[in-house]
Design a protein around this ligand. Structure first.
Ligand SMILES: [Zn+2]
Length: 431
């Protein structure tokens, strides 16, 4: 019974993928999950050391002060030790992933395409879509739901617009929240859903929420990478899957078109967790968000003024540029850098995260923040959410953390929205 059921589920999944992957030609093998990984803590006290670690090709999971947590495949361990940095093993990563959610293991969870016990409070893709549709039912005069196109496997990328006249394109500053570029960062989906709940359910009773919704148009994309997120949970235990589900699986957040592949902040190797793709915007998911953002140029003016892209984990607030450690660079002058850092620090004072320029963590190229800023002058931040360490759950904190760790950002999000029409106002400048 047990075995038979698994077989049926596997057949169903296979059929589903075949139907949903029109671009799949059979030339490349579908990307498969990694095996044999070991967790390590690496002492890397500055951006240069952390960039050196990232360039070995190991999967950088998180940062806590001077310590990076990474997952290394057997062939990567030599390169990791060759950095000369202090390296400490935390044991078999696969075993630790397999243990999550198995405390009261039942047959229901095997191949169930859903979160295991201890995690059922998280929304899988179907539950996220249902939640968005329920919001439309509950608040037809406050929201509009639209697809901005499909993922590689054919799932809709949904964007919910919150506005006091959602079916009209008003002449008001727009703001964008995106979540779940990285598949395994499931807490970010909950963060986007939290923002939606706050700014819809709260509209009738909370004067400051009403004032923000009345003066802005707020866009929320709860999952930019639904294929990867579903794959991460599809086997009944977590795979720690980061990228999308193209046959040459691509890291969406190294696939954006400004300074793509420029600076050793991504990988040209298909097997790498930071594979940038064969060209900028080669991932259908980044194309869809790019096209949506480009479509918000009305009368030659970009309507979206500011943006937060949500990630886990490490509890950081990051801003451009990621490709260079310089504080200023083409398209980013000293005043702009000061506005970025001032709002970043004030938001961090609300949620207790660490604020820094993106490259202070390590060099990245082809990230969403660099593109949003350079291409459109959208004030674009990354929030790396809870926790700070793999010991506290890494990408997989129990669902009991959803409420405290998303509500923890309420006041930072509110501050962000207050300045979202004109971030330089925070340093006394006009827009
Ligand atoms: Zn991420």
């Amino acid at each position: 019974m047990f075995t038979k059921r698994r077989g049926l589920v596997a057949v169903a999944i296979g059929a589903c993928l075949a139907l949903l992957a029109p671009a799949y030609t059979g030339v490349a093998e579908p990307a498969t999950a990694k095996t044999g990984r070991t967790l390590f803590e690496v002492t890397a006290p500055d951006s240069a050391a952390r960039t050196k670690v990232a360039r070995t090709g190991v999967d950088v999971l998180g940062q806590n002060k001077d310590v990076l947590t990474v997952a290394a495949e057997p062939f990567q361990q030599f390169a990791l030790r060759a950095t000369g940095l202090k390296v400490k093993s935390l044991g078999d990563y696969e075993a630790q992933l397999a243990a999550l959610g198995k405390s009261d293991f039942t047959d229901r969870e095997v191949g169930a395409l859903d979160f295991p016990s201890g995690y059922t409070g998280y929304h899988n893709y179907a539950e996220t879509v249902a939640e968005l549709n329920q919001t439309v039912t509950d608040h037809p005069n406050l929201v509009k739901l639209q697809s901005i196109g499909k993922s590689y496997e054919g799932r809709d990328l949904w964007a919910l617009k919150i506005s006091n006249s959602p079916n009209t394109d008003q002449a008001k500053p727009e703001v964008l929240f995106t979540c779940n570029q990285h598949a395994r960062e499931h807490l970010t989906v909950e963060m986007c859903l939290r923002i939606i709940k706050q700014y819809t359910d709260g509209y009738a009773t909370n004067a400051s929420i009403k004032a923000l919704v009345d003066s802005r148009e707020i866009w929320v994309v709860p999952s930019v990478n639904p294929d990867g997120a579903e794959y991460d949970i599809a086997s009944g235990s977590f795979r720690s899957w980061r990228k999308n589900r193209q046959p040459s699986a691509t890291d969406p957040n190294r696939n954006w078109g400004y300074k793509w592949g420029c600076c050793g902040g991504s990988s040209g190797s298909v097997s790498s967790e930071t594979y940038r793709g064969p060209s900028a915007f080669s991932a259908p998911e980044t194309q869809r968000v790019r096209d949506f953002v480009n479509s918000r140029v009305v009368g030659g003016v970009q309507q979206i003024k500011s943006h937060i892209d949500w990630h886990t984990y490490s509890e950081l607030i990051l801003w451009p540029y990621g490709y260079t450690t310089a504080d200023t660079a083409p398209g980013l002058d000293a005043n702009q850098a000061k506005a970025f850092s001032t709002l970043g620090k004030q938001m961090a004072a609300k949620n207790g995260y660490t604020p820094e320029q993106s490259s202070d963590l390590y060099i990245t190229d082809g990230s969403v923040n660099d593109w949003m800023w350079f291409q459109h002058k959208i004030w674009s931040y990354t929030f790396e959410m809870y926790p700070t360490s793999s010991g506290a759950g890494g990408f997989y904190p129990r669902d009991t953390q959803i409420a405290p760790q998303t509500s923890r950002n309420d006041s930072a999000v509110e501050l962000f929205l207050q300045y979202s029409d004109c971030v330089p106002r925070i340093i006394g400048q006009s827009c």
